[in-house]
Design a protein around this ligand. Sequence first.
Ligand code: PBG
Length: 326
Amino acid sequence: MEIRTRRLRSSENLRRMTRETRISVDSLVYPFFIREGKGMTEEIPALAGQIRYSPDTVARGIEAALKTGLRSFLFFGIPESKDAVGSGAYAEDGVIQNALANVKKEFANDAYLITDVCLCEYTDHGHCGIIKNGNVDNDGTLPLFAQTALSHARAGADMVAPSGMMDGTVAALRAALDGGGFADTPVTSYAAKYASAFYGPFREAAGSAPQFGDRKSYQMDWHNSREALKRIRIDINEGADIVIVKPAGPCLDIISKAREAADVPLAAYSVSGEYAMIKTAAAAGLIDEYNAVCESATGIFRAGADILISYFAPVLAGAIKKGDIG
Ligand code: PBG
């Protein structure tokens, strides 16, 4: 008997009916960069097409994104001044705290605001934690992460996302949030975050490149996959509500394995370098940008992600609306 696989491809209607991967705009998270200052809407050179806002303009960016159907946003802050202990991260009138208050004032229920909890944008040495004897001090950093998360929750964050990769972070945040009256604020953890070269444009955008050394003592070695599953297990045991695999494109195997192993929603972060690769190749006329964006995002969902954090979120929202994906 001749086996034909092409029958299900014979019409557009049928192709759409039989898609195995379904993508909804509700599964997308769009990152925002917010810098201390006033009246700012500047394009980020390292991330063509992405905008840096100030706390007083970010609500306009959120308003525009809400019109595309997006509802969830991830905030990164860039302070005016940095110090050794990253005090801007947990200042009550810090850049993120002010941005949260401003956006919540206008879009209390429409916009779901997730905040990055890390010190690297706020420390003068650019590391994700404080430094002791030349090394990142894991345990000494935890109270500062906890303080940061709590100040975000007080300012209106709906969810906190610790990305600093110190052991024990989720437990420390959970205790601080519970103790501070925010038992219902979820923690989404960067459980499997690799020491990736693909964060390059982000560090440019956020001014967070380490001033000495690298992040290999706390971010994961990309030779390892069992370690990712172990970290995911530990973070879930500590109370993580959602776990993140990052980067996404180079880690489709990890996403697939984590989907099997973890019983919480799984997010994938398609990072700045993945964005820049598509943008740059498209600008050089080598690939079709829209189709490359659709294909790579769909591949991440096909691998098993429930949620995608992407700088292309507005493009993807449009593609879903048109039926090109989803
Ligand atoms: C902060 C943080 C980074 C990213 C997200 N949170 C940078 C890093 O770890 O160096 C990278 C995101 C991206 O590249 O889009 N720790």
